[in-house]
Design a protein around this ligand. Structure first.
Ligand code: AQP
Length: 333
């Protein structure tokens, strides 16, 4: 049986990178046979020391986002990471078999601290908590965007080290299953660029909230980096960030047409302003129904909390069994 597991941080509002790289992929995969665990990573969110009230709100907002976008909570187990404290016990067990060198190679830690994040121990050991999350549910497929591939590889290493030290060496004697990462098929979805052309990220301030609408959406689209070349100048569409955004939402035929017109240049070529207007229309349309569902869900926060609590019960039972197995293997039971 395939067990799918993935998480998403509740550090801010979910953006288009989270949507194409993770949430949409999770919702599609949840229609496949197998078990599906999706958690809201609120322990992870503490690495950014959010205000408590803000964190509580963000957790609910993230759950609402999944449900509004169509996650079938009957088929997929949606829960809050901190409702499963067993993962913190597993984090300790894994940290004792993890070399410092492995963590020192983490790109995400280096990128975040280079961009000014506080280099706390929590941020440094983040990949161990993530490995504990992955391994707690015996997941074998972890759907993530490109930026998280290295963390899944680290979880593979940690599972391997733990099994080598504490497994009984027999074929069925492994304590942890080996997880495999799965990225969205389209490369543009695995790494969605932000308004400045860097990877879209909550902490880089270059993100666009999935449900942004109206004037704020137009304002954000106006921030997409462009250059000062005139519309009539023939341009290579490959280097135009606005067209990358357009391709995320437009049908293939329509995207190809915009690219051809930009490439041809001349009097009929569209200016960046024209592309922006169309992009706003496409985004408004793409999320119209989900936005309405979100409004409905927000009117009944108690129901969202009930769904999270039901998910936590299922998730916790599974994680407790894995924790017990790991404790027994290393002599603590
Ligand atoms: N730009 C992106 N393109 C494709 N996938 C992305 N993901 C994040 N950004 C992009 C995927 O979203 C999932 C959850 O990510 P996360 O919020 O838990 O952590 P993150 O990857 O660190 O996302 P951010 O926005 O960059 O958050 P901050 O800045 O708070 O750390 C993952 O599957 C990720 O691949």
């Amino acid at each position: 049986m395939t067990t799918f597991l993935s998480g998403i941080q509740s550090t801010g509002l979910q953006h288009l990178g989270n949507y194409f790289g993770a949430i949409r992929h999770h919702i599609e995969l949840a229609r496949e046979d197998g078990e599906h665990f999706y958690f809201i990573a609120d322990y992870h969110a503490l690495t950014t020391t959010p205000k408590p009230e803000e964190l509580r709100e963000r957790v609910r907002e993230t759950a609402v986002t999944y449900l509004a976008l169509g996650l079938d909570a009957e088929k997929a187990c949606l829960f809050r990471q901190s409702d499963v404290p067993e993962v913190t016990e597993l984090t300790w067990l894994l940290s004792c078999v993890t070399g410092m060198g492995l963590l020192e190679r983490a790109h995400s830690y280096k990128d975040k601290t280079a961009k000014g994040a506080k280099p706390s121990v929590g941020l440094f050991t983040y990949p161990i908590l993530m490995a504990a999350d992955i391994l707690a549910y015996d997941s074998n497929v972890v759907p993530v965007g490109k930026d998280q591939i290295q963390h899944v590889e680290m979880a593979q290493d940690m599972a391997g080290h733990f099994n080598n030290v504490y497994g009984d060496g027999s074929e069925g004697g492994a304590v942890f299953q080996r997880p495999e990462a799965r990225m969205p098929k389209e490369a543009a979805h695995a790494k969605v660029l932000g308004l400045d052309g860097e990877k879209m990220s909550k902490s880089y301030g270059n993100d666009l909230w999935i449900f942004e609408t109206g004037k704020k959406l137009k304002k954000a689209i106006n921030r997409i980096a462009t250059d000062s070349r005139p519309p009539e100048e023939a341009k290579d569409p490959a280097g135009i960030l606005l067209l990358d955004f357009l391709k995320l939402f437009a049908e293939a035929g329509e995207s190809a047409e915009w690219c051809e017109r930009v490439q041809a240049g001349g009097a009929d070529a569209p200016g960046y302003g024209h592309i922006k207007v169309r992009l706003v229309e496409l985004i408004e349309e793409h999320f119209r129904e989900a936005r309405a569902r979100r409004d409905e869900l927000l009117r009944d926060p108690g129901e969202v909390d009930r769904q999270l609590a039901a998910g936590a019960l299922v998730a916790r039972a599974r994680a407790a069994a894995t924790r017990d197995r790991a404790l027994a293997a290393c002599g603590l039971r």
